[in-house]
Design a protein around this ligand. Structure first.
Ligand code: DU
Ligand code: SF4
Length: 220
């Protein structure tokens, strides 16, 4: 098994009928700014450095971000915020993530969503979360260098806690650290979505601190 094979398996996945329909529905109803663009409209695989020590985990693909561009955290405001911070932290070669051929390369980092298709209202069902967990599992098995999983938001945290088999599930918190039996560590971070960044729940210094902590822990 290789990351390339896993990527092909993910991209061809049709396990969740509701999400297969939604990813295509979003493509058929582009945002005005994206009218005329060909949407990816398939599952979005993880992206980054195969030698990554830091894994950034989001909840689900965004209908007009990753579902449009075909790359994780690419083509929306969340991606702009996250990748700018990754660039400041030395984890990305450029501060923007706009389309899949924009030259972005990650160094020491990997990014993906727990649910790889875009769900309606960004809310996957528990069946959909369970179905897609197989790909997080497989990816974390192949990415043997990953030491720290930065969980962007409570639902990504819950997905990572389920992957780690943590019971009872530890509560999510920004900056919270939870070691798991494989010697890896979960690190909680508010999701860098516009609703969190515009309200100041998550500031640039807070995100910078999390990424600095993650890179320091990954180097241990
Ligand atoms: O062709 P390649 O160098 O293996 O890169 C495949 C893919 O992964 C490309 O879109 C860049 C990205 N990538 C990266 O971001 N960081 C790395 O260290 C290696 C590859
Ligand atoms: Fe497959 Fe995951 Fe998409 Fe469901 S969400 S169809 S499991 S890739």
């Amino acid at each position: 098994r290789s990351l390339g094979e896993l990527e092909r398996r993910v991209v061809g996945c049709r396990l969740c009928p509701r999400l297969v329909a939604h990813r295509e529905h979003a493509a058929a109803h582009p945002r005005p700014a994206f009218a005329g663009q060909d949407y990816w409209a398939r599952p979005v695989p993880g992206f980054g450095d195969p030698g990554a020590g830091v894994y950034l985990l989001g909840l689900a693909t965004s209908a007009h971000g990753g579902n449009r561009t075909g790359r994780a955290f690419t083509g929306n405001a969340t991606a702009d915020w996250l990748v700018a911070a990754m660039h400041r932290a030395g984890l990305a070669n450029q501060p923007t993530s706009e389309h899949r051929d924009d030259g972005l390369r990650l160094h020491g980092a990997w990014m993906a969503s727990a649910v790889r298709c875009a769900p309606p209202h960004d809310r996957p069902t528990s069946d959909e979360r369970r179905a897609c967990a197989r790909y997080l599992d497989a990816e974390l098995e192949l990415l043997t260098g990953v030491r720290v999983i930065v969980c962007l938001g409570a639902l990504a945290w819950n997905a990572a806690a389920a992957w780690a088999g943590l019971r009872p599930r530890p509560p999510f918190g920004h900056g919270r650290e939870q070691s798991v039996s494989s010697g890896r560590l979960l690190l909680g971070c508010y999701h860098p979505s516009p609703q969190n960044t515009r309200t100041g729940l998550l500031t640039e210094p807070m995100l910078d601190d999390v990424l600095r902590r993650a890179t320091a822990l990954a180097a241990l």
